[in-house]
Design a protein around this ligand. Structure first.
Ligand SMILES: [Zn+2]
Length: 116
């Protein structure tokens, strides 16, 4: 029996679906919540992979693997007009302090990063 996987810390348990505008594709790519979180923190908030791993409380190599998987899935969806469903995964909601930058518990960040 392997070691249990440590949950990845995320700032929101978002569920979201992105459908290509032509609406013809029924092919679905599922992005886990932690994959979405690496895109939010690295590509959108412009954190380094190390800073992202600190936020998510896992090793940098783990973040790198999650991020690469997320990037490929998004590319696949863009190129092949697939629907992206963000749902599920192996994560736990954060206990970051209120002042942590890019944490969605901080209302200012929430407005900027989820309602934009
Ligand atoms: Zn947080």
């Amino acid at each position: 029996m392997g070691r249990p996987i440590k949950p990845r810390t995320v700032c929101s348990d978002i569920e979201r679906t992105f459908v290509p505008e032509d609406g013809t594709s029924e092919r679905v790519i599922r992005l886990t919540v932690e994959e979405y979180e690496t895109i939010r923190l690295i590509d959108y908030a412009k954190l380094s992979q190390q800073a992202c791993s600190d936020m998510m409380e896992v090793a940098r190599t783990t973040v790198q693997a999650i991020y690469e998987s997320a990037r490929f899935k998004i590319a696949d969806a863009f190129i092949n007009q697939k629907t992206i469903v963000v749902k599920g995964g192996h994560y736990a909601l954060c206990n970051h302090d209120a002042g942590v930058r890019h944490c969605l518990k901080n209302k200012k960040n929430r407005n900027k990063e989820t309602d934009a």
